[in-house]
Write a protein that binds this ligand. Structure first.
Ligand code: 13P
Ligand code: ZN
Length: 270
């Protein structure tokens, strides 16, 4: 079967990276059944032939109007599709969509009419927000990391920056590679426009990764691998915390002085 990726090396590289990350999410145990979703703004690697391609679906409403997405293209995981399947066959478990001129509908251009993720309102609202602020971020990843979700079941971790500080203090790398920490979005109905709005509000407080209480995390990054790495780093800290607790003690964490020393040495925010 012909694919929109045939002969398009730059576009294929983007989709291959999504497939690689999807495999990691499954292997980590963060992607039960169809859990999680990935979207990537691939507009920069779309050529004129794709722009002229007829759609393979009717226009579908996004549910929100996103003025900065006019004519933009996204690879989206399909709704109800498994990450473990996407890892092997990304164009059978996801699709490339084009945003129509009214900025509130999309159509699918390839390879198959795979309906995008139910979290499309959040993903596309975030892409619209990123473009608006002049960001070069192109990828957003939502996944269900067990150890981070478990922590979100304790209200004391949901107060602003309590969890960021705790996770940073578990191992120096966490602040180095996730210097903005973890924002908190209170529980909201999955796939709702309210969740999309709350996610943007949290990202706007200058986070790259936000926790969706009792559901999962949502990360943005310049590419899909960087977004994954931030979640992976935070998750590593959560596992260290959990393992210490299961050994029968609450871990001390690095001291404030050690955190200050590290932030100064590596030029990280205070
Ligand atoms: P989709 O299968 O629609 O992507 O939904 C998975 C999910 O994690 C919803 O939050
Ligand atoms: Zn989810």
């Amino acid at each position: 079967m012909n694919s929109i990726l045939d002969g398009r090396h730059d576009l294929k590289r983007e989709i291959d990276a999504v497939a690689e990350v999807a495999g990691y999410l499954w292997t980590k145990g963060w992607a039960e059944r169809n859990g999680g979703n990935i979207t990537v703004n691939v507009t920069d690697v779309i050529d004129d032939d794709i722009r002229k391609m007829p759609a393979i679906s009717a226009p579908v409403s996004i549910g929100v109007e996103l003025p900065l997405l006019k004519g933009k293209y996204f690879y989206c995981k399909g709704t109800n599709r498994r990450m473990r399947d996407l890892a092997r066959k990304p164009m059978e478990n996801g699709s490339i969509i084009r945003i129509l001129d009214d900025c509130s509908h999309y159509e699918i251009v390839g390879d198959m009419p795979v309906k995008p993720t139910s979290e499309l309102p959040s993903h596309l609202s975030v892409h619209n927000y990123l473009i608006g602020k002049g960001s070069d971020y192109k990828a957003s990843v939502h996944t269900h990391p067990i150890e981070l979700i478990a922590m979100s079941h304790n209200p004391k971790f949901l107060k602003k920056d309590v969890l960021s500080k705790l996770l940073w203090s578990m191992i120096p790398e966490t602040k180095a590679f996730c210097p903005r920490g973890l924002g908190i979005v209170p529980y909201m109905l999955p796939s709702s426009v309210e969740l999309a709005d709350a996610t943007i509000k949290a990202l706007d407080e200058d986070y790259d990764v936000v926790m969706w209480e009792k559901h999962g995390v949502f990360a943005v990054g310049p590419d899909v691998m960087e977004a994954f790495d931030m979640i992976d780093t935070l998750s590593k800290s959560a596992i260290i915390y959990r393992d210490a607790c299961s050994m029968g003690f609450i871990p001390d964490g690095m001291t404030d002085e050690q955190m200050r020393e590290m932030s100064a040495a590596f030029n990280l925010p205070k």
